[in-house]
Design a protein around this ligand. Structure first.
Ligand code: ADP
Ligand code: MG
Length: 668
């Protein structure tokens, strides 16, 4: 039943089914498991005086006067004055002129939407109703499927299979961990009647997913320990390697090099995670591992998440190892690509640097001994598994600049050994971070323009690429246009993920060469980019980023002996937001920041970090707490130890859901 096509559901015709299928939603199961990406809490009305800028809220107001229309830049804005006992508010709609017929002067309604406090209080694109809507699920917006269509479709799907949703977890587990049945959890995850019901539902779904995921992780680990890999000879490699470096390794780097050397000498394939704050010098470690492989006549691959980064690595390695280094990119012409593939296949390339392009099936190695993945969260577990298959049990090192609190890392990376670089190279000054209030924004940009004249470059990071008429969120396009106008003497560039690779490379090159002063960009810049002459980082809409991500972004500056600055701008003034931003101004320690993030937002961001790029991961949510993770981790180990019928059934379900992570490892 769960597998039936969507068109079997009442109200879903071929057209809507087609739109859903473009999102990978093809069956009733797919639809039911597409959980809302967020919820809006409209369970109570907030008095107008208490409304907080930037938040979503419900108000109960009387419509006070006639609606007014105006048009700017092709947008129709409709506004209506309203009030409750505590104050006045303007209801505002963009491109929804039909709303005017729904408003009657003197009528009392509930209006729910996003609050903007700027020249008075307004509510943006509010929905109107006679009763409070309660907790409203928010689904991804797609052309042709609006929120109502999502809700109607999911409700109809739920009803069509209501008593036929099979329960994957054994009753003993449900009872032991006080979990609600799957059918109930799905209903309440989509249509919660209270906060508590929603929490119970998410808890149940989270538990099931992590349990199944951990079962696979445990199996994978057991499998790895059973296999033999290559035992590398590391004699003399460190001496030859350090002789090529223009600096001496820090104590922390030396320690990690030792750990890696020991792993590589062992006959069990290395499976190590290297965590180190941005700028801590992970690249040198990666190069060392590749050198060990090369010294043993084996090939090493270095996977970078972006072409910009891959090029950077290739350039550095070529300076030292010359001809034996090749770079493979997705954007290469066929002839060029074929030439590179040939050198990978005949073994004349010992150092192979590449992006996702390396996963491609026609990339065949002569003898791949070691794989290093830079910024591992950009790659899925499955992609790494695909890479492992290109060698005969190669050693694997994954590197991450997102520090994960130790307790959490042990759970999430149960299958990996962990090394940490907890020291920055000497001579770095910590980035000075401050919060910029709206009133000081102009001054800040003037400062940036002045600094530009002195040769100091800046990044301006925005959470969105384009302007949207529904959410107020700083975008690359809007800020780029604004700065071009306001700072006519400053050379401004823009960069984002939707640009063509060649165009991105050109913009990045110009910035690196100092031909642009200010680079307006998205988080594409978050990953590994190294431009020492950029000393100022502005983050617009900082409330939209996790603390660890803000820290990552900030790590793009402060890469020279010159003092660097980070300016945070944010649109939501709440206690939690103020506290988050204060943390950023107070510490430069990535682990401390990660710990704070864990406290404030739960482990969801870190889990996302681990699973990015994995489509199997959609269900692990932000709401999960560390205790639940621990429980699921323990339960998974117990289930595997127990064996028996129940355990076999769970392993089967787990491998259906996450099994592709195991690559071709046989299941018993
Ligand atoms: P990340 O850990 O963020 O990848 P990188 O490896 O890019 O950091 O290193 C950042 C910068 O620090 C690079 O310019 C690198 O050459 C330099 N660096 C790395 N290790 C040292 C060291 N031990 N002493 C001085 N500079 C170093
Ligand atoms: Mg790096």
């Amino acid at each position: 039943m769960l597998e039936s096509p969507l068109t079997n559901v009442k109200g879903i015709g071929p057209k809507r089914a087609e739109l859903f299928s473009q999102l990978g939603v093809c069956s009733v199961r797919d639809l039911l498991f597409r959980l809302p990406r967020d919820y809006l809490d409209y369970t109570k009305a907030t008095p107008v005086v208490e409304l907080v800028n930037g938040q979503n809220a419900a108000v109960q107001v009387r419509i006070d006067g006639a609606t007014r229309f105006f048009r700017t830049k092709g947008i129709t804005i409709l506004s209506a004055p309203a009030q409750d006992e505590t104050g006045k508010i303007t209801l505002k709609w963009f491109n929804q002129p039909y709303r005017s017929s729904q408003l009657q002067i003197g009528e009392i309604v509930y209006a729910c939407g996003r609050v903007i406090r700027k020249n008075g209080v307004s509510l943006i694109n509010p929905s109107l109703s006679q009763a409070l809507p309660g907790i409203v699920p928010v689904y991804p917006t797609v052309k042709g499927v609006n929120q109502r269509a999502w809700r109607d479709s999911i409700l109809a799907a739920l009803e069509s299979v209501w008593d036929k949703i099979p329960e994957p977890l054994p009753r003993t587990l449900l009872e032991r961990f006080s979990l609600v049945p799957l059918a109930v959890a799905l209903r309440h995850a989509h249509f919660p009647f209270s906060r508590e019901a929603l929490e119970l539902a998410r808890r149940r779904l989270d538990f099931e997913n992590t349990l199944l995921y951990f079962i696979i992780v445990e199996l994978q680990k057991a499998e790895r320990l059973r296999l033999n890999g290559f035992s590398f000879d590391t004699t003399g490699v460190l001496e030859r390697f350090t002789a090529e470096l223009s600096f001496s390794l820090t104590k922390a780097q030396m320690r990690v090099v030792d750990e890696i050397a020991e792993d590589m000498r062992k006959p069990v394939p290395m499976n190590r995670l290297l965590q180190g704050d941005v700028g801590s010098g992970k690249t040198a470690i990666a190069m060392y591992a590749l050198c060990v492989a090369a010294a043993n006549g084996k090939q090493g691959a270095l996977l970078a998440p972006t072409e910009i980064l891959a090029e950077q690595h290739a350039q550095n390695l070529t300076e030292i190892f010359g001809e034996t280094v090749v770079l493979l990119k997705g954007s290469m012409k066929k002839a060029q690509r074929d030439a590179v593939l040939k050198r990978i296949a005949d073994g004349s390339a010992l150092f192979v640097i590449g992006t996702h392009a390396l996963f491609s099936e026609d990339v065949r190695f002569y003898d791949l001994g070691c794989i290093v993945t830079d910024e591992q969260h950009r790659f899925g577990v499955r992609q790494r598994a695909a890479m492992l298959e290109k060698g005969t049990r190669p050693d694997m090192l994954v590197m991450s600049a997102t520090p994960i609190p130790r307790t959490l890392a042990l759970i999430l990376y149960g299958d990996l050994d962990i090394s940490v670089i907890d020291e920055l190279p000497p001579g770095r000054k910590p980035v000075k971070t401050s919060v910029i209030r709206a009133g000081k924004r102009e001054d800040m940009y003037r400062y940036i323009a002045e600094q530009a004249k002195e040769g100091v470059q800046s990044y301006v990071v925005c959470p969105a690429i384009e302007e949207s008429d529904t959410i107020e969120c700083p975008s690359v396009d809007a800020i780029y246009t604004e700065l071009k106008k306001k700072l006519p003497e400053t050379r401004i560039g823009k960069l984002h993920g939707q640009m063509k690779e060649a165009e991105k490379a050109r913009v990045m090159h110009a910035f690196r060469a100092g031909e642009t002063d200010v680079l307006v960009t998205t988080t594409v810049i978050e990953v590994g980019v190294h431009v020492p002459s950029a000393c100022i980082m502005v983050i617009e809409g900082a409330e939209r980023f996790g603390l660890s991500q803000l820290h990552q972004l900030r790590g793009r500056v402060g890469r020279s002996a010159k003092q660097a600055y980070c300016f945070l701008l944010y649109g939501v003034e709440s206690e939690q937001e103020n506290e988050r931003m204060l943390t950023m101004t107070q510490t430069n320690d990535g682990f401390e920041i990660a710990q704070k993030d864990l406290l404030l937002r739960g482990p969801g961001d870190f889990i996302g970090t681990r699973q990015h790029g994995d489509d199997s991961a959609g269900l692990l949510s932000n709401t999960m707490d560390v205790k639940l993770l621990e429980e699921a981790s323990r339960a998974a180990k117990e289930i595997l130890q127990q064996g028996g019928e129940e355990s076999a059934r769970l392993i089967e379900i787990a491998s259906e859901r996450y099994g592709s992570m195991l690559g071709d490892i046989a299941m018993n």
